[in-house]
Design a protein around this ligand. Structure first.
Ligand code: GLY
Ligand code: MN
Length: 460
């Protein structure tokens, strides 16, 4: 945890921004794996971590703005807890480590809330994303239909969007682990191995650095399946793998990195063209990212660069900037350029993508690819985000667009047939927006990225 004063300051700022009422932030509970006593690994809620820092199940933070009190609801360890889990800190000690002096038993929370409601206090809460908390919150508040507080959402985003030096140091630490992961994954890639043999090593490195992955590993010779969690393919020369792997620290700050490499260690001529185009798009977006530019415009610059590369390959015809505006590259990059990252890999996504990533009045596009852009608003110093362009050849999507005659003046569908089995390619790093531009995080341990750098390490 950070020093208690950090959490106190964050809560004070939240209280000041909201002005009145009560903030109710429940932490997560254990989630059953197949029955309640056998659970998934515990993952605390990002907002609870931000304002209370405590990484244990079964607690709730209450900020009573009207009374000027912060309270931690939880429970003192019972003798059964101690028998099964060993010595545990008291609720008072836990609260103290977060700068909170008032504690209550969690079973007293419903009556506390009822009392607040009877006094006419507004209770601000977020929409739960676990079913158990949804039911619990409904019962606690005697409210069948939960309605999240937009004021709370906005006040949280107003803090969590700007990363402090301490948070950036955490993210650099998670990237140092991710670099070790890539070192292993790249060196151990060799034809004949199963993907899961590499994934096993990946998970082991995260665990042996006292952390876990920030999301399920993506490691596949079928990189055109964007979130592919199947690891049963045998890697073969001629194929390339998309590896999208990011560790999180013990404090749950995330990293999110993607590299693509040829199984044989040498890119084919077509793979080189695709890879270099994606790298050009990445560099174009990274060069453009700075305070004031809408991230949507960085996405369009990446798309334009991809259109230029695909034009050189004979797949597209026309003006690349016009094609980007119209959405033609969405066939090849049907996802957004990137997203905020922090305590969640898609930071704060549970608060609502549009609140996090779109400025008031900024419309979300309906174009393939652009509609999935989670961060579109003008960038500001202190944001940490991913830049992750890609090119994919997705046969069912190509077939659908061709059947519809979509953008047939721009897309040479006959030429595209030569590429339909090329799979996918993505390159991703994490960037801090500074006063003047964008600084790649993890630069001290940078994972190979140019064609020459990548070829130098695969299978070595
Ligand atoms: N790392 C997976 C994603 O950004 O969606
Ligand atoms: Mn990402």
């Amino acid at each position: 945890m950070f020093n208690a004063s950090i959490y106190t300051q964050r809560r004070q700022r939240l209280a000041k921004d909201l002005g009145s009422g009560i903030v109710l932030l429940p932490g997560n509970n254990y989630q059953p794996f197949n029955y309640p006593a056998n659970t998934f690994p515990f993952r605390q809620d990002g907002t609870f971590l931000y304002f209370a820092g405590l990484d244990l199940a079964g607690m709730a933070l209450v900020i009573d703005i009207d009374a000027g009190n912060d309270l931690l609801f939880g429970h003192d360890p019972t003798i059964d807890d101690v028998i099964w889990e060993g010595p545990l800190p008291s609720l008072t000690d836990l609260a103290a480590s977060a700068g909170i002096t008032q504690t209550r038993e969690i079973q007293d929370l419903p009556s506390f809330l009822k009392n607040a409601q009877s006094k006419g206090q507004t209770i601000h809460y977020l929409m739960p994303y676990h079913g158990d908390l949804n039911t619990q919150l409904s019962n606690w508040l005697n409210q069948p239909q939960l309605i999240a507080s937009v004021a709370l959402i906005e006040a949280i985003i107003a803090q969590r969007s700007y990363k402090s030096d301490l948070e950036i140091a955490q993210m650099e630490r998670s990237l140092a682990v991710t670099q070790k992961i890539y070192d292993l994954a790249m060196r151990q890639t060799i034809a004949g191995k199963k993907e899961y043999e590499i994934v096993g090593g990946v998970l082991g490195i995260a665990a042996s650095n006292n952390g876990q992955m920030a999301y399920s590993p993506i490691f596949s010779v079928n990189g055109h399946v964007l979130h592919n969690h199947y690891y049963g393919n045998t890697m073969q020369n001629g194929q390339w793998v998309v590896a999208d792997l990011g560790a999180e620290t013990d404090m749950h700050y995330a990293s999110d990195l993607t590299r693509t490499w040829p199984v044989s260690g040498t890119f084919s001529p077509v793979q080189r063209d695709i890879y270099q185009t994606v790298l050009n798009a990445y560099n174009r977006a990274a060069d453009a990212a700075k305070p004031g530019i809408a991230y949507r415009d960085c996405h369009l610059l990446a798309w334009e660069t991809i259109a230029e590369g695909l034009k050189d390959m004979g797949i597209l015809e026309g003006n690349p900037a016009e094609m980007a505006q119209l959405g033609v590259p969405g066939l090849f990059m049907p996802h957004g350029l990137g997203h905020m990252i922090g305590l969640d890999v898609h930071d704060m996504e549970n608060l609502g993508e549009n609140y996090v990533g779109y400025a008031p009045g900024q419309e979300r596009s309906t174009l393939m690819g652009l509609k999935s852009l989670r961060l579109a608003r003008p960038l500001e110093a202190g944001f940490v985000l991913t830049i992750e362009p890609g090119i994919y050849f997705i046969p069912p999507l190509i077939d659908r667009w061709e059947a519809e005659g979509k953008f047939k003046d721009f897309i040479n569908y006959a030429r595209l047939r030569d590429f339909r089995n090329e799979g996918g390619c993505r390159i991703e790093d994490n960037f801090l927006i500074t006063d003047t531009g964008a600084r790649m995080l993890g630069a001290g341990v940078a994972v190979p990225k140019t064609i020459a750098e990548v070829e130098a390490v695969i299978g070595k």
